[in-house]
Design a protein around this ligand. Structure first.
Ligand SMILES: [Zn+2]
Length: 164
């Protein structure tokens, strides 16, 4: 780790499950991120867990797009638990997902009264099925019980769902 910065290079944990593989990513994606080990190793059905990816710089976006575009032995790819940083890229970079199916993502919510900010996990299929409006699901504040407010512009934050 470089001294004087709070940067945290990307790491991952691979777990072999029955019939599929999960990869849990953690840290930041930048020009130093080398995906070649993963490219060679991943086969079959693969699920990326992306909750702990907190930041991606422009060079990192390029590395990522090249990585997900060329996974020769992966038959199907799913992105799950996408962090707000991932959602931002999904909204801006049209091929950020490669051929992946999106399963779930985190969205920012807030209770003004309690000054509580929370990221809530949203399952795409059960909340944004075909023919449904792209309204963010409602969550209640755990402290006061009132509905939390969506802490972004829904049309902006949820734009990537138009391509799901
Ligand atoms: Zn509250």
């Amino acid at each position: 780790m470089a001294s004087g910065t709070d940067s945290m290079s990307l790491s991952w944990r691979i777990k072999e499950r029955a019939g599929f593989t999960t990869v849990e990513f953690s840290g930041e994606i930048d020009e130093n991120t080398d995906f070649s080990e993963l490219t060679n190793r991943l086969t079959g059905s693969v699920v990326f867990h992306l909750q702990q990816v907190r930041r991606i710089n422009s060079c990192g976006v390029r590395e990522w797009v090249n990585f997900v575009r060329d996974l020769p032995n992966v038959t199907d790819l799913t992105f799950a638990h996408c962090s707000p940083a991932i959602v931002t890229q999904l909204n801006m970079i049209y091929n950020f997902r490669g051929g992946a199916t999106l399963r779930s993502f985190y969205a920012p919510y807030i209770c003004d009264d309690c000054e509580i900010e929370e990221e809530k996990l949203i399952d795409i299929a059960s909340n944004f099925g075909e023919g449904k409006e792209h309204d963010p699901p409602e969550f209640l504040c755990e402290k006061c019980g009132e509905p939390l407010e969506f802490d972004d512009l829904p049309d902006h934050y949820l734009a990537f769902l138009n391509e799901v």
